[in-house]
Design a protein around this ligand. Structure first.
Ligand code: BES
Ligand code: MN
Ligand code: ZN
Length: 503
């Protein structure tokens, strides 16, 4: 797919389809007005007949509109405009691209940058347009049989979208947004692919190989630690989870060092359970296939590295991915086992299905070695977080309020939101154990909070935030698939930080 930035009149564009917006009030966007005038009121007439009411994300496809040079004109509802929330813009973009994907349209001219959004600039609108368009057109077909793949590739596809700025003076701002949007969608697409791959393909070794491949393509430094090295480091908690699987565990360490030598790095830690059966505390069978998504934290770290490498972000960032499977086996850990973590703290395993925190705690201790400016871990950690927040917001926990606020605002900007949850001392006693320094579960009440409390015991030496993405990393049901979240939030956070450091 090729995007380019252009300027010019809507009725003059000779392409397969021109996209223009209509507000709920019946008001036409400037490009719609221009087509209306060139066609002697054709658009106004369509509205009068009641075929399009401007409701947000509604669409109406018109063919051979008089006075225009394109085969089609797609009218898209922009909703109320003016007071419109920024998320409406993304909905309008997605709806138009999805509507056109069902037609024979190949070349598109979009005039949606015109949408009236008091808070957003041309750069933001362009970046969001590109990301939303790529997101809408995403398709995971590599595991289909060859015949199906051939059929699919025969279908007409959108190959080019020209994004029109209303004034040529906005071209530079739009070009900047285009580059940002392309880098971001490349990271989001990568995270989605990794999430969607089946667990017999996407193993810890596969994740490690994906990271290694980025050394050549994206100029990163990558190191893979094997079981023996982790044993030497004393990672008894991580290795405890890994011991029930025939797949060897990997600790993947990525470094993007494009900041000043003296700048301390941001460290991203991603949960990389490539399949979570629950272990000996085995999960019920229904929807267990979805536990292939239990490496989406890892995928979001890899996706974010891809995006920031493509943006060439002047910042030091380290990624740490503990990757293994959680399997029941003769050699698997049992409820009642006590593990010694790299920090020296001991953990009584009361439920082998609370494995995410067991692999993360050693990765979080390992992070100390990089003298981080701050650490963010990203994990599909608890079903309880899905109960608390549903599928719209990731759970955010932090031992530092400024960091929490920066992440929340980055999420709002990127339309990839997180919600601040408590991490009060009051919850800590739920992790008391009679036999070890702590238990790995804290009971049903506040399950996402006690999971975060567990991690907080390993992050005392630095500023830290934890994103529980159990509800946001993938969709279930008919649209089952990985979302690529929270790559937009993380990339936006890092971009803001680079902008601040370098201005
Ligand atoms: N990977 C799961 C969390 C999860 C569950 C994410 C369902 C998305 C949907 C995690 O490893 C897990 O099993 N957590 C347990 C913790 C419990 C045993 C304290 C859970 O949430 O049930
Ligand atoms: Mn589990
Ligand atoms: Zn898990």
């Amino acid at each position: 797919m090729e995007f380019s930035i252009k300027s010019g009149k809507a009725e003059k564009q000779a392409c397969d389809c021109v996209i223009v917006g209509i507000y709920e009030s019946g008001k036409l966007s400037p490009a719609a007005t221009s087509i209306d005038q060139a066609s002697n009121g054709f658009i106004a007439n369509v509205l009068k007949q009641g075929d399009m009411d401007g409701k947000l994300a509604s669409t109406l496809l018109l063919h051979h509109v008089p006075g225009t040079q394109s085969h089609r004109v797609l009218l898209v509802g922009l909703g109320k405009g003016g007071e419109a929330k920024t998320s409406c813009y993304r909905k309008a973009v997605s709806a138009s691209i999805k509507a056109l994907a069902k037609t024979g349209t190949k070349h598109v001219a979009s005039y949606l940058l015109e949408m009236d959004l008091p808070k957003e600039c041309v750069t933001w609108k362009t970046a969001q347009f590109v990301e939303a368009a790529q997101d809408s057109l995403y398709h995971f077909g590599v595991m289909k049989g060859q015949a199906t793949q051939k059929d699919q590739s025969k279908k007409e596809k959108i190959v080019g979208i020209d994004i029109y700025v209303s004034d040529a003076s906005a071209t530079d701002a739009a070009e900047t947004g285009l580059q940002q949007g392309l880098a971001l969608s490349s990271g989001v697409g990568f995270a989605k692919d990794l999430g969607n791959l089946p667990p017999n393909v996407c193993t810890p070794t596969y994740l490690a190989d994906q990271a290694l491949a980025m050394v050549k393509t994206h100029g990163l430094t990558v190191q893979i630690l094997e079981r023996e090295e982790m044993q030497k480091l004393g990672m008894g908690s991580f290795l405890g989870v890994a011991q029930g699987s025939v797949q060897p565990p990997k600790l993947i360490v990525l470094q993007h060092l494009k900041g000043e030598k003296t700048d301390k790095p941001v460290v991203l830690v991603g949960k990389g359970i490539t399949f979570d059966t629950g272990g000996i505390s085995i999960k019920p069978g229904a929807e267990m296939d979805e536990m292939k998504y239990d490496m989406c934290g890892a995928a979001s770290v890899l996706g974010t590295f891809k995006a920031i490498a493509e943006m060439d972000l002047p910042l030091n960032v380290v990624g740490i991915i503990p990757a293994c499977e959680n399997m029941p086996d003769g050699n698997a850990i049992r409820p009642g086992d006590v593990l010694t973590s790299m920090s020296g703290q001991t953990i009584e395993v009361l439920n082998t299905d609370a494995e995410g925190r067991l692999i993360l705690c050693d990765a979080l201790t390992y992070a100390e070695k990089f003298e981080p400016a701050l650490v963010i871990d990203i994990a599909t950690l608890t079903g309880a977080c899905v109960i608390a927040l549903g599928h719209h917001a990731s759970g955010l926990f932090s031992n530092q309020d400024t960091l929490a606020h920066e992440l929340i605002s980055a999420g709002e900007q990127a339309l990839d939101r997180a919600w601040h949850m408590p991490l009060w001392e009051d919850y800590q006693p739920q992790l008391d154990s009679n036999f070890a320094d702590m238990a790995n579960i804290g009971g049903r009440a506040g399950g996402s909070i006690t999971a975060a409390c567990f991690l907080s015991r390993f992050t005392k030496k630095y500023h830290w935030a934890h994103l529980d993405i159990a509800g946001t990393a993938w969709k279930s049901g008919k649209e089952k698939g990985s979302t690529g979240r929270p790559v937009p939030l993380l990339t936006g956070f890092l971009k803001n930080r680079a902008d601040k450091l370098n201005n």
